[in-house]
Design a protein around this ligand. Structure first.
Ligand code: SAM
Ligand code: SF4
Length: 473
């Protein structure tokens, strides 16, 4: 059974009964997943905070460890390796990571042989400062440098070749997936330099993954039963700009949509500058692509946008939304907004409020501005007081609650298609194509099924309904 690309090989720790067949990465995908090394009795614990990209990276680390015989544990005190995947996009996230690292000091005292590993955006290229702050951490590795895990997991040394380049589809568990939905990174890094954002400093320049690899990876997850795939990138719609062949996100959407058995396809996060007519038209025509767009605006005032270095105006952002709604009248829209950016006046905040009120998004990810050392805006006075940031946050939350209450109320009595992802307290939960959360009760086992649900109760953040009784899909 094929396991690794030609530049990779298995060595001495491989179980004698296991066989290896090397194949070119351009070969057709195998129909089944290769078996991994037998369990070695060791356990790994992974703690993840931050965006979906971090979830995807953690899944890759988990997959690598599983390949060499580790099993997952939910408890750090019985783990043989502890991996923390960090986020520093805002101070609050960074504080949580520091708190977690400090809490692990005792574990390290009790079980010094257990490697403690830190990855994610907290890890800088120069690591001296981190080493001084957290001397009990054995390894800091940059999220693009998975190879370094070998330093604390000797078994991985037996996998020759560059682990970072190892296509995810060779690693059966490498997708952040609950078996029903999966995240697949398609482009790493970011070429923008928004003045407030630390991501480009930690994730580097844009690197798109080859389209053939991605299609194969989708085929693999679908073969395992996954029904919905979300393609990930910090600027997902910049996909392909850096590849030798002339391909873009629209081409990738077409190729992935053609994978038999895939029911739903999403992508995030898009940058308004790259949200072309072609991408929107392609979304509208492909059956699997969900009518849902994630298009961060960050601010509704053009002067604030200019100082954020966002490269578009509020009017240009809303024109993209209008175009999307013209092509997909049912499209739902999600956006991100930062309140309390340096120098944001009351009038400028009001412009953000008014733009959001005029456009009416279905979901707004709100954040209070948090200065990030090393970014351009961190050199400017963080002059909107914390209480005022909180007030602006609340004002937009209230606006959003009103918009969503009204919008969802219009769905009362209607039917929505739900992909069921979880069950708890006697009810099933899942999402519509537009990404609305829906809860319902059903006697049948509907996990992983598409269920038509009549909407009986509506609220701003979710719907409650009952199955229509149409056959499960
Ligand atoms: N690439 C996406 C874009 O262009 O909007 C967003 C990626 S960023 C990691 C995720 C979100 O974190 C941003 O949309 C922004 O709202 C928020 N964020 C980033 N830096 C921030 C900061 N310094 N303070 C507050 N929120 C921030
Ligand atoms: Fe950060 Fe801007 Fe890049 Fe998004 S586009 S990751 S906000 S620098």
């Amino acid at each position: 059974m094929p396991r690794y690309p030609p530049n990779a090989r298995r060595m001495s720790t491989m179980a004698p009964s296991a066989t290896i067949e090397l194949r070119s990465v351009t070969d057709p995908a195998p129909n089944t997943f290769p078996s991994r090394l037998p369990a070695n009795g060791k356990r790994y614990f992974i703690w993840t905070i931050g965006c979906q990209m971090n979830e995807a990276d953690s899944a890759k680390v988990a997959a690598m460890l599983q390949e060499v015989g580790y099993t997952r544990t939910e408890r750090e005190d019985n783990a043989d390796i502890v991996v923390l995947n960090s986020c520093v996009v805002r101070q609050a996230a960074e504080d949580k990571v520091s708190g977690k690292l400090n809490a692990l000091m005792q574990l390290k005292r009790d079980r010094p042989q257990v490697p403690l590993v830190l990855t994610g955006c907290m890890v800088t290229k120069q690591q001296e400062q981190l080493r001084r702050r957290f001397p009990h951490v054995d390894l800091f590795f940059d999220p693009s440098d998975f190879d370094r895990l070998q330093e604390v997991v000797p078994e991985l040394r037996d996998l020759d070749g560059d682990l970072a380049q190892l296509p995810h589809y060779y690693l059966p568990e490498a997708h952040a997936s609950n078996g029903i939905t999966a995240y697949i990174p398609i482009i790493y890094g970011c070429n923008f330099l928004c003045s407030y954002c630390i991501v480009p400093y930690r994730r580097g320049k844009e690197r798109s993954r080859p389209m053939a690899d991605l299609v194969r990876e989708v085929e693999q997850v679908v073969a395992k039963g996954v029904r919905e795939v979300t393609l990930l990138g910090q600027t997902v719609n910049a996909y392909g700009h850096d590849l030798p062949e002339t391909v873009g996100l629209a081409d990738l959407l077409r190729a992935v949509d053609a994978v038999p058995g895939l029911d739903r396809l999403r992508f995030l996060t898009s940058h308004p500058k790259y949200m072309s007519d072609e991408i929107i038209d392609t979304m509208a025509t492909l059956p699997s692509v969900c009518e849902h767009m994630n298009l961060p605006v960050q601010a509704g005032d053009d002067e604030v946008l200019r100082r954020m270095r966002r490269t578009y105006s509020g009017a240009e952002w809303s024109e993209r939304i209008a175009f999307t709604r013209d092509r997909m009248p049912n499209a739902t829209i999600a956006t991100d907004v930062i309140v309390g950016f340096p120098g944001e006046t009351h009038a400028q905040f009001r412009n953000t409020h008014d733009l959001l009120a005029a456009v009416g998004c279905d979901k707004v990810h709100l954040a209070m501005y948090s200065p990030r050392p090393g970014t351009l805006s961190a050199r400017w006075a963080d002059d909107v007081p914390h209480v005022e940031k909180q007030r602006r946050h609340r004002v937009l939350e209230d606006l959003q609650e009103r918009v969503c209450t009204e919008r969802n109320a219009a769905r009362l009595g209607g039917t929505v298609e739900v992909l069921v992802e979880t069950s708890a307290k006697g009810r099933w939960s899942g999402r519509t194509r537009g990404n609305t959360l829906v809860h319902f009760a059903d006697e049948r086992d509907v996990l992983g099924k598409l269920v038509d649900v009549t909407v009986d109760v509506t609220g701003p953040w979710f719907l409650i309904g009952s199955p229509t009784g149409t056959p499960l899909r």
